[in-house]
Write a protein that binds this ligand. Sequence first.
Ligand code: BDP
Length: 678
Amino acid sequence: MNFYKRVAFATLLVLQAFALKAEDGHRLWLRMTGNENAIKIHNDTKGQNPLDVADETKTLRIALSELQFYIRENVSIHVEVDANAPKNDGFSITRKGDEIFIKSASSVGVLYGAFALIRLQETGKMPKKGSTIVEVPSSPLRLLNHWDNLNGTIERGFAGRSIFWSNEGDIINQNAALISEYGRANASIGINGTVLNNVNASPQMLTSERIGQTKRVAQILAPYGIKVYLSVNFASPKALGDVSTADPLDPDVIKWWQNKVKEIYDAIPNFGGFLVKANSEGEPGPQDFGRTHVDGANMLADALKPYGGIVMWRAFVYAANSPDRANQAYDEFMPFDGQFRDNVILQVKNGPVDFQPREPVHPLFYSLKHTKVMPEFQITQEYLGESIHSVFLAPMWKELTDVFKMTEGVAGVSNIGNSVNWCGSDMAQANWYAFGRLAWNQNLTSKEIADEWLKQTFTTDKKFVTPMTKVMLESHEACVNYMMPMGIHHIFAGGHHYGPEPWYAPRGVRADWTPPYYHKAAADGMGFDRTRNGSNNVSLYPEPLASTFNDVNKCPEKYLLWFHHVGWTQKLPCGETLWNRLCHKYDEGVRAAESFNATWAKMAQFIDKERFEKLHILYDRQAKDAWWWRDACLLYFQTFSNLPFPKDCPPARHDLQTLMRYHLAIDNYTAAPIDQLP
Ligand code: BDP
């Protein structure tokens, strides 16, 4: 080893020694141990191009050092940026004897190849002699969306404060090393873009001072192949006091945005573009000036076009007093199909209401034919137990990716904060990981992702990986069952969205912000009639889905109460009455949560004490919360059904009055990330 390498290696060992002492989760799935073998690494890239760009050179250097430090087998590795190799961030890995060749048309592709090789090694799948692997990502845009506010708080964040912004001024320099680690972690799973601020965007984001700070983040992330994007407030020109209106057709407004975009690109040449939440939940938008989504999005798109920037325009819109919120995005956007510029992408949440534990696929994914569309998933568990419940979200996201090709891109609302383990809970890291892996390859199965994540994050020991893979794979369905099975949705407590409050309906609150709007429980039954006789939401789907959803006997049980209002004693295709089935589904959820807790309790011997104990507290709490959810929902719905629990269902542990007096999460638990709990 030369001097530089020896120093670097010694530093690495010291860092690892520290890290080994305390398994605080900070290293995520990148827990590889270093390798003293001086494996031979060759950079076979010919000529100067494309390595005449400083960031490209840095990217390649990162790839080389990752391989140098972490590949343990005695092989020699050749990396090469070559125009004939896989393009679009793709790479090939070829093994001939003890030589491994990583090739890509870009240096970031080589970096992805390097991380892929390390992942294969860590999961016991090092390429065999004579084999070739070629990977090209499913989605060109693989983006995190941070809902970080400029004062450092994070909307729906359960892992501490923002790593980018703070009230106390510029924390970016202070956090430079952390932001670089963030870049590395994202690059290791193929994420190539990040929106740095909340969709409920402050106009202040576009001041010169904040653009300067954004530039710094962009510089730190560029070598990892990550572009930065910003959420913008549509009223910025007016709100910042520069123009008297924000009307997208006003020449002064158009000029303002052109100048602002130029200012950004002068500072950040590889800037990605804008994300916009307009005319939604009180945010300003073109409709405030009698204009349309198309007028607004295209005006911004035209300003960004000369620089190659894009607009991600969100389709999450709904107005008060609509008879069915699930119809609204479709009604507002379908008439515009084909009218958006080619650098506009409509960003659509996976379901038509709002990141519920389960929703049918948003109808816009089936119907938009001439508009670019990218799904928006929520990695942070706003509606799935925050950073307290361990719920692996890949199976939920697969419900969309199994029917929709993400050819334009995909966004995930991040669960990252300055909590030492990044996500508030060690298990929640799996959702960040799964998002990146699915964005890279939407055909991966949930099982493959869980398996490789567990092996890298905890141990490759089968006695741990096998039972915990099962727990992870069952965890989403369990959460649906103990919170809101059979198509029930949005019965959360108002505001924090952690615990159940199906009864929440204070006077003066918009109907569509209260659970009774969604569950419609009454003496005759429960569920939202979205059939052709009801809100006709079923007709927004193509055939045969529309007819299947419309028919109470054919509608999948998991969507039953989403599409139908069903009588309490009505017999379902499974043979049970609605009431009995509902009781059994809640019980299934509780039993599963208890079994996860019991399985985890047996895992102590396989992993470190620190993470074991923290998660043990969480799994225990999840099981208790599952009981709380089940009792609250069943006892409340029982006031309408007036029916007893079926004989094989255990009696409630709580009484309804008590459950209604306390608010799960607010009075009982603090919403602080677990590693900050007393
Ligand atoms: C809802 C969240 C809210 C977000 C909104 C959005 O409760 O905090 O601002 O989505 O996506 O789920 O814009």
